[in-house]
Design a protein around this ligand. Structure first.
Ligand SMILES: Nc1ncnc2c1ncn2[C@@H]1O[C@H](COP(=O)(O)OP(=O)(O)OP(=O)(O)O)[C@@H](O)[C@H]1O
Ligand SMILES: [Mg+2]
Length: 330
């Protein structure tokens, strides 16, 4: 049995074709400096994320397998995938394992080859790359082989993209390198400038996520006073966070709406009837679907399973040869 894998900049999700989601954790790995290869991985996923900032940096280093949706280096990605599969319960004798991995529609052939090679060396064989947005659409029950045109938007951590497709082919796509990570940066910039508070990336992200969950309540955030350097708490209102993030969402919406420029009128009529499906972790940002709807001038729906649909669709694609033949990339 095979696996569907969404190796994201922020989160890695693995779906087993038979058992469903078997891994859904932050894309990070903690390595011990020096030592032999085998001993190097100290923790992966949530355990590694919990240790980041706690483990002494002289002896450990935190690495991310992807940056801006692109493989940083082959050996790190191989080691990362192997550790993820081990943590997901796959044992040595089960390898090789068939897999479909989601890739960015804007990725180059070289970037895809690097990812596929790392996956192959990690024991995923045969492995096929599939546009992540197409995989996400499949995970939401869309059939990308039908004649009707569909459009989906994936707003993740490192990238945001819009893809329109039908009948086995991509009609138009746009990719933005601005996404959730930039929103987090905007939040920490805002706290520094308006509240004179320095916060770490984790605190800024946590505040961003809390503000999208709790509509109007005051939010407490901990950081260091910009002047004294001492730990201090600040109280922030949700709308402040929304304002801080808005320039980024506006820019994302501007980039993605240009996808419509390449669509013929009949295609737009299809999308108008059906609506645009939006997924990815940052699709949960308060008001993002609404702004996307305004920018596109088309109805936008948030997916039911916005953070797992790519991996689920990739796993489903394993059994769909025509789909892989049409949309698979190497
Ligand atoms: N409830 C939420 N509100 C706002 N942002 C959120 C929420 N949940 C997750 N995020 C953000 O979503 C982003 C991660 O989304 P996702 O897991 O889809 O990214 P990814 O697939 O790893 O990245 P990419 O596709 O860009 O490589 C992070 O920036 C995170 O802060
Ligand atoms: Mg993603």
């Amino acid at each position: 049995m095979g696996l569907g894998i969404d190796l994201g900049t922020a989160t890695t999700v693995v779906s087993d074709a038979r058992r469903g989601i078997v891994f859904d954790e932050p894309s990070v790995m903690l390595l011990r400096r020096g030592g032999s290869r085998r001993e190097r991985v100290l923790a992966v996923g949530q355990d590694a994320a919990d240790l980041v900032g706690r483990a002494p940096s002289a002896s450990f280093s935190a690495v991310r397998p992807l940056e801006d949706g692109v493989v940083t280096d082959l050996e790190t990605t191989r080691l990362y995938l192997r550790s993820v599969l081990h943590k997901a319960g796959r044992r040595v004798w089960e390898f090789p394992i068939r897999a479909v991995i989601g890739v960015s529609v804007g990725s180059t052939a070289l970037e895809r080859r690097a990812l596929l090679e790392a996956a192959d060396e990690a024991g995923l064989r045969p492995v096929t790359a599939l546009d992540g947005s197409i995989a996400g659409a499949v995970g939401c029950g869309i059939d990308p082989l039908e004649r009707r045109v569909h459009m989906v938007v994936d707003v993740g951590g490192g990238t945001a993209e819009a893809v329109a497709f039908c009948f086995g082919g991509v009609l138009a796509h746009r990719t933005s390198k601005l996404a959730g990570d930039e929103m987090t940066l905007a939040v920490s910039r805002y706290l520094r400038e308006q509240h004179h508070l320095h916060v770490g990336e984790l605190e800024a992200e946590d505040l961003k996520i809390r503000s999208s969950a709790e509509e109007n309540g005051p939010l407490v955030v901990q950081g260091r006073d910009a002047a004294t350097g001492r730990p201090r708490l600040a109280t922030v209102q949700s709308p402040e966070v929304a304002d801080a993030v808005r320039p980024i969402t506006d820019e994302i919406v501007r980039t993605l709406t240009a996808c419509l420029d390449d669509l013929p009128p009949q295609a737009i009529a299809d999308v108008l009837a059906e609506g645009v499906l939006v997924f990815g972790g940052s699709a949960r940002v308060d008001g993002l679907p609404r702004e996307l709807e305004r920018g596109l001038g088309l109805p936008v729906k948030l997916a039911e399973n916005p953070t797992t649909c790519v991996a689920e669709g990739a796993a489903r694609a394993l059994r769909n040869r025509p789909l892989l033949a049409a949309y698979g990339r190497g």
